[in-house]
Unconditional design. Structure first.
Length: 142
């Protein structure tokens, strides 16, 4: 069973629509990258002429709430990607600034920060690492 089938069966009782399936499939086909939400919107409107921006944005939000996709802001542009790790929904990323490839980081540094803030309640955090992936470094020196 692929993850999207499992999602529709068990979680959230979101109705399976052609549009929701197409959206997930699109994200799944490019799952190691973030995509500008505006480009996803464009793709969906090409596939489904007449589908409204509102519906597309709502579908993305529903998927995010269900943990199917991850979202991030790049300046004021929202970006979205397929969930990289259903077993560890909480994780961080290394993002290659050249090719955009996203690599999952398994360790969360929160414990280190908590040690430095004795008595504080930490309610959230964002950690993202940027740089060049090995392939892009090779290409740069070739
Ligand atoms: Zn991820
Ligand atoms: Zn790269
Ligand atoms: Zn963390």
């Amino acid at each position: 069973m692929n993850p999207s089938t499992r999602f529709f069966k068990k979680k959230n009782h979101l109705k399976v629509t052609k549009q929701r399936k197409a959206l997930l499939t699109y994200l799944l086909d490019h799952q190691d990258q973030y995509h500008d939400v505006t480009l996803v919107d464009e793709y969906m409107r090409q596939e489904f002429p007449g589908m409204s921006h509102n519906t597309i944005y709502r579908n993305i939000r529903e998927f995010e709430e269900a943990g199917m996709v991850e979202q991030q802001m790049n300046g004021d542009q929202a970006r979205v990607k397929y969930q990289c790790d259903f077993a560890h929904m909480h994780h961080h990323h290394f993002i290659c600034q050249n090719c955009g490839r996203v690599t999952e980081l398994e360790e969360c540094p929160l414990d280190v920060f908590q040690e430095q803030l004795p008595g504080y309640q930490i309610d959230g955090h964002r950690v993202e690492l940027y740089g060049l992936c090995p392939d892009c470094q090779k290409a740069a020196t070739a």
